[in-house]
Ligand binder design. Structure first.
Ligand code: GRF
Length: 211
């Protein structure tokens, strides 16, 4: 009996190095899934090219063409449903999704954040702002977090984290590069845990199911 592979939809806004890590994991059969569609809110971003290189269907849904954030999210929701998506992965997607979409895909949207949540998350904490805040705080460690998306930004249950050392010489750029390497390792691992239904969700906590 052949088991149908789960269908992932990836939402992007930029370079798409995390998308590439997911593509690589799928190609190396580390992930029991297909990337069914990549949706960007911006045209011309490198993430779209990465997807097209692997013949993955791509769509641009430009938030500026939508009259509201809800209309934008509803347009994405409609496409995710058309493509029969099982799991949505936000990979450098820089828009806030409407609660309606989040509710529709409850427990089936993952995000990656470039810090150890719950520290350095929330409003305004994206891109270089995160790494600048980490360095300014004097923290000796940073890292990346994959979490389930809920309607509160950067708050959902943590699926996986990876850590890096903040050295005396680090700048926001060098720290970002170190964190990105960790992101590429943990995002596919976290997706696998969710797709294979290996986790128990308990409030903010996730625990591995006992075999
Ligand atoms: C990553 O640092 C990710 O944590 C954040 O946005 C960045 C996206 O990078 N959400 P890329 O587009 O995957 O290269």
């Amino acid at each position: 009996m052949t088991v149908a592979l789960k269908r992932i939809g990836v939402l992007v806004s930029g370079g798409g190095s995390n998308l590439q890590a997911i593509i690589d994991a799928v190609n190396q059969q580390e992930l029991p899934a297909n990337i069914a569609v990549v949706i960007s809110n911006k045209s011309g971003v490198f993430a779209l090219e990465r997807a097209q290189n692997w013949r993955i269907p791509t769509l641009v849904i430009d938030h500026r063409q939508c009259s509201s954030s809800r209309e934008f999210s509803l347009a994405i929701l409609q496409r995710l449903q058309e493509f029969q998506i099982d799991l949505v992965c936000l990979a450098g997607f820089l828009r806030i999704l409407d609660p309606l979409l989040i509710q529709e895909f409850r427990g089936r949207i993952l995000n990656i954040h470039p810090a150890l949540l719950p520290a350095f998350g929330g409003k305004g904490m994206y891109g270089h702002h995160v790494h600048e805040a980490v360095i300014a705080s004097g923290a000796k460690f940073s890292g990346a977090t994959v979490h389930l998306v809920t309607s509160e930004t950067d708050i959902g249950p943590i699926v996986k984290q990876g850590m890096v050392t903040v050295s005396d010489e680090d700048t926001a750029d060098s720290l970002a590069a170190k964190v990105l390497q960790i992101e590429h390792q943990i995002y596919p691992q976290a997706i696998k845990l969710v797709l294979e239904d290996k986790l128990i969700f308990d409030g903010c906590r996730t625990r591995l199911k006992k075999q």
